[in-house]
Write a protein that binds this ligand. Structure first.
Ligand SMILES: [Zn+2]
Length: 111
């Protein structure tokens, strides 16, 4: 079913190709349904399939993973998966900067 109206704001939906980025890496141009009023971008199932395939080809698949918070002394310990470490190029002994972005998100900057 093709949407013609935005479910959020009832704005008019247009279809056009837009660049799609995952983790800061461009995966290519994909057709999105974009609301002209609130700019919400929606991708249909076929397009999401294509996006997933492109992500796999570029080795960006499966970077997100669940991890448990551990404890070391008085600090909490969060493990970073090998996949993410490889993607970032992070190695043991490197300095990183950890800070909260808000109450729900922690940002780790590689310095
Ligand atoms: Zn809208």
């Amino acid at each position: 079913m093709k949407r013609t109206k935005c479910e959020e704001c009832k704005g008019k939906i247009i279809r056009k190709k837009v660049p799609f980025k995952l983790y800061g890496i461009e995966l290519g141009m994909f057709t999105a349904e974009i609301c002209q009023k609130c700019n919400e971008e929606i991708y249909d199932e076929d397009t999401l399939d294509k996006i997933n395939k492109a992500a796999k080809q570029k080795g960006l698949w499966g970077l997100e993973s669940k991890t448990k918070v551990g404890e070391v002394g008085n600090s909490l310990d969060i493990r970073i998966s090998k996949k993410i470490a490889d993607f970032i190029g992070l190695k043991k002994g490197e300095d990183i900067l950890v800070h909260p972005e808000n109450k729900k998100r922690i940002v780790i900057d590689v310095v």
